[in-house]
Design a protein around this ligand. Structure first.
Ligand SMILES: Cc1ncc(COP(=O)(O)O)c(C=O)c1O
Length: 450
């Protein structure tokens, strides 16, 4: 099917949203996608269907799962003994959890952070919302790379803010040059002003890990122009490259520069990927500037506190993994291995045979994002509803209608898709083999359909 020439909506003052139906949804939760995946799972049966859609670790029986269960039991025992934890607690987050985050950072990352600069949220997602709602105005723009984490569009659109994004390509491993950076700034719309930069590394969906030079371009520009610096570090553990993750970056820069960054920094982390526990919905923001932190705190105060059981459970897990670095190091190696297996299967069967374009392996995170050259929403619906193979694997198209991981180039986004490597090691090979068969069958189908 031909890919149409249409663009996605770049939210902002130039395109004020009609509230309601215009709200850009999180692609992974798109109803058509969810329904198609559910129908395929029903049609093929749970054991013949592999989930590579929503981005989350799906492994079973890793050592961390024992700690998560023990953490739940610990939290129940603490709640039984502490009636005050059955009531509202501080919107800032429990001190015990903020101290556990700081202690974990000291032990595992060897990076000192002050628990007083931390806020606890319902996942990193809520912290992003708190930043956008408390600190951006209609017309404000956030400089980032495309593809970017699409669910973060929602708060921007609600605010009348938007992205200014640097277009990157799969064939370059989604890296960018100084020229790409400078050319993007020339594209800034006349209305609205840049207020923040958003750096997500390792990235969702691309798996890119930016070099120190690339991060410096964002950071130096932000310092020069007095912008907020949002660093999204939720995939910090999953770095399979020699480039620094965002903690390594902050550790590597001179103290005077770090102080300047701290004045503008909103640093995001969460239990979702680090501790294999997205369901607990615990995130943290490190916001050293008291004024910015107070603004974000005011926004978070509407929901009272984050549930106390999840906070106590997370404090328990962080204490344990901080004391046992091997556990996380093994988790990282496992994901490196799964990524190598997944990439090799796609390379050997699709890229090397020129069935799809070639691109280098992802450098980190949980995603294999590839360019197929055809419309991947059509491909997904066909795979889930018509494909006749015995097994099938789900995935996420990067662009669906006006919603996209790409704010600048919907056509490019339609040609790309994202596979999550969260499945257990023992099924990842079967899942990617099945995906390869789907691509081959779909190419045959579209060529026969003319
Ligand atoms: C880049 C990125 N940032 C933030 C989040 C939000 O994570 P959570 O709200 O589960 O902490 C995700 C989740 O997938 C993500 O991929």
């Amino acid at each position: 099917m031909a890919v149409s020439k249409t663009s996605t909506i770049v939210w902002g003052i130039e395109h004020l949203m009609k509230k309601g139906q215009d709200l850009p949804a999180n692609i992974m939760r798109n109803l058509q996608i969810i329904q198609a995946i559910a129908s395929a799972e029903k049609r093929l049966g749970k054991t013949n269907f592999y989930h590579s859609d929503i981005g989350q670790p799906l492994d079973h029986n890793l050592p961390i799962h024992k700690l998560i269960v023990q953490g739940s039991e610990f939290a129940v025992s603490v709640l039984k003994k502490s009636p005050e934890l059955r009531g509202y607690t501080s919107p800032v987050g429990l001190l015990v959890l903020r101290e556990s985050f700081a202690d974990f950072y000291k032990k595992y990352w060897r990076f000192e952070i002050d628990p007083e600069t931390l806020l606890i949220s319902n996942g990193a997602s809520e912290m992003w919302n708190a930043f956008v709602h408390s600190s951006l105005w209609p017309g404000d723009l956030v400089l980032t790379c495309d593809p970017h984490y699409n669910p973060f569009d929602v708060a921007l659109a609600e605010t009348g803010a938007g992205w200014l994004s640097i277009k990157t390509k799969s064939e370059n491993g989604y890296h960018f040059t100084k020229t790409d950076f400078e050319k993007t700034l020339l594209r800034k719309p006349k209305k609205g002003s840049l207020k923040a930069v958003y750096i997500n590394s390792p990235s969702n969906p691309t798996g890119v890990i930016y070099s120190k030079k690339e991060i410096d371009l964002f950071v130096d520009f932000a310092l020069k122009n007095q912008l907020f610096i949002v660093m999204d570090s939720v995939y910090a553990l999953y770095n399979y490259s020699n480039n620094p993750n965002l903690v390594d970056y902050l550790k590597s820069i001179p103290k005077t520069k770090l102080e300047k960054i701290n004045d503008r920094l909103i640093f995001l982390d969460s239990m979702s990927k680090l501790a294999h526990n997205p369901g607990v919905r615990i995130g943290m923001g490190m916001i050293p500037n008291p004024k910015t932190r107070k603004q974000m705190f005011s926004d978070l105060s509407i929901r009272g506190n984050v549930q106390n059981h999840g906070q106590m459970k997370s404090a328990f897990v962080l204490d344990k993994i901080g004391r046992n670095p091997t556990l996380l190091n093994d988790q990282k190696l496992l994901y490196r291995k799964k990524m190598a297996i997944a990439y090799q299967i796609v390379k050997k069967n699709l890229m090397d045979k020129r069935i799809i374009p070639s691109s280098p392996p992802p450098e980190g995170s949980l995603y294999l994002t590839i360019k197929t050259g055809f419309d991947n929403f059509d491909f997904l619906i066909w795979s889930m509803t018509k494909y006749q193979g015995k097994n099938a694997t789900s995935f996420v198209p990067l662009t669906v209608g006006k919603t996209s991981f790409r704010a600048v180039d919907a056509d490019e986004g339609r040609r790309e898709l994202r596979l999550c490597i969260g499945s257990d090691l023992k099924i990842i090979e079967a899942a990617i083999d099945s995906f390869v068969n789907q691509v081959i069958a779909y190419k045959k189908f579209i060529s026969e359909a003319g």
